[in-house]
Design a binder for this molecule. Structure first.
Ligand code: FMN
Length: 461
């Protein structure tokens, strides 16, 4: 092993601990209290040693000097100080900077999970090193952040650390070390231990996997989305926050009605007096429609009415995470008695349809893609698109906004299915839609409103 690769002792002397930005340590009622978001930790009443230690975290507390720093006449106090540092680190309140031998910051580990402990994994100089295919680098604040849903830490890279990224291409560790120099080479075992680097077999092929589990069925974005939209694997703000720094005002609850020809919806029919149990037992997906007898506008109005219109006790018949009802409904109509072929916005408050100017190309595109998804002989009579106004939920929630919108789409899918079943209509979910086409037809940025699900509706064959 090259000296660089077993130089952890040297790295250890170059690690400094800092407060995570936003952490406050104050004196409250004679105790030192550390606060961050909804975390509040009160420390024992020996104020001075805690204050002294915590002040050093503002400018950098050398980890190798931790033990000598906390040494005091009272060994119990020393133990409590060490336990405090360990606890703060496990709660993600400390950052671990690695400095060059000259004392400049190279990179900084930002703990994301309680399991994080800066350690090194043994690294053979012959091991081929690559950046994890689940890792990403992005600009956050003033710096670049390297992170991965497989890692219990994110790493802030300084400019001095960037050469590393260019050589993590599967070459042996000793060549990586030679290319980046001693300071960075000594970080390799740390990055490997944090699962930001991979050594040996291909991670994507599932040969390496993660803790013995294959990664073969995970796409990069799916794993990132899963790990970020659930708790447990990240230290980002999550849940209801009611506002974002970059957004001055709360988005309006109701969408401005788009311009276009209006079609009044006929009065809906009542739901037949069917038993819920029977509807649930009978419900199934039907992918073909009877074009000799297309669905009628009244039937479409009836489905929308019973699935979308406010009920006696709620804004809509189905539940919605956040209660914001961010969903908007659009219809792409190929065959419907009483309604010309076209693309429509459902104005749920006015109970109108507003026709939007979709080109033949776009109409055929939606229908062709739906037909292919359903593997049906002909396109559906109606494709119902469930769109979401993203800002409405994103303003309220951090980390979970999009996941919430997908769950809400699921609640609506089932409601559509049950109403269609009760009415004896053909219904089937569609798993794919084109958000760029939707943007083109509606003239709304895909960042503001976009489809999150589609549904085929028509007459049963
Ligand atoms: C969100 C969602 C997306 C779906 N996407 C498709 C699809 O793209 N093509 C298709 O043929 N069926 C699709 N389906 C229907 C499922 O294939 C169907 O529900 C499943 O096979 C169970 O059959 P059942 O609905 O008859 O009980 C979808 C269903 C849901 C809920």
């Amino acid at each position: 092993m090259t000296p660089e690769l077993r130089a952890f002792g040297e790295v250890d002397r170059r690690i400094q601990l800092f407060w995570r930005p936003g952490v406050r340590a104050n004196l409250v009622d004679g105790r030192v209290v550390v606060e961050f978001a909804n975390v509040r930790i009160r420390f024992p009443d020996q104020v001075t040693p805690f204050e002294t230690l915590f002040r050093q975290l503002e400018t950098g507390l050398p980890r190798s000097e931790l033990v000598s720093t906390v040494q005091s006449g009272d060994s119990q106090v020393s133990i409590e100080l060490l336990a405090a540092i360990d606890g703060l680190s496990r709660r993600g309140l400390l950052e671990h900077a690695v400095l060059t031998s000259g004392g400049a910051e190279l990179l900084r580990f930002l703990p994301q999970m309680p399991s994080f402990a800066l350690g090194q994994r043994w690294l053979s100089p012959d091991a081929r090193l690559t950046l994890s295919s689940f890792a990403l680098v992005r600009r956050v604040g003033g710096g670049l952040l390297l992170e991965s849903p497989l890692s219990d830490a994110a790493v802030r890279l300084t400019a001095a650390a960037l050469p590393l990224l260019g050589v993590l291409d599967g070459r042996p560790a000793r060549e990586v070390a030679a290319a980046v120099g001693d300071d960075l080479a000594a970080c390799l075992p740390l990055l490997l231990d944090a699962q930001l680097l991979v050594s040996g077999a291909s991670e994507q092929g599932g040969l390496t996997g993660h803790e013995g589990v294959s990664l073969g069925t995970w796409d990069f974005h799916d794993l990132l989305f899963h790990a970020r939209s659930r708790g447990g694997r990240h230290a980002y703000a999550s849940g209801a926050v009611y506002g974002r720094e970059a957004v001055a005002t709360e988005p309006v609850a109701h969408k401005t009605l788009p311009a276009g020809e209006r079609f009044a919806m006929p009065p809906p029919s009542a739901l037949p007096p069917v038993k819920l149990g029977q509807v649930l037992r009978d419900r199934h997906s039907i992918r073909e429609h009877d074009d000799a007898d297309p669905i009628t506008l009244t039937e479409v109005a009836t489905v929308l009415h019973h699935a979308i219109q406010p009920s006696a006790r709620s804004s809509r018949p189905y539940p919605s995470g956040g209660g914001l009802y961010e969903q908007e409904i659009y219809l792409c109509v190929r065959a419907c008695a009483g309604l010309p072929r076209g693309f429509y916005y459902y104005d749920s408050r006015g109970m109108n349809l507003v026709r939007l100017p979709a080109s033949d190309d776009d109409m055929n595109g939606i229908m062709g893609s739906a037909r292919a998804s359903l593997d049906a002989k002909a396109p559906p009579q109606v494709v119902v698109s469930i769109a979401a106004r993203f800002a409405l939920v994103g303003w309220r929630y951090r980390s979970i906004a999009y996941a919430t919108m997908l769950r809400n789409a699921g609640a609506l899918y089932q409601t559509f299915y049950l109403v269609a079943q009760a009415l004896g209509l053909a219904a089937c979910g569609i798993g794919n839609g084109d958000i760029d086409r939707f943007q083109r037809i509606t003239g709304q940025s895909f960042l503001e409103e976009g489809t999150v699900g589609e549904f085929a509706l028509g007459r049963r064959p």
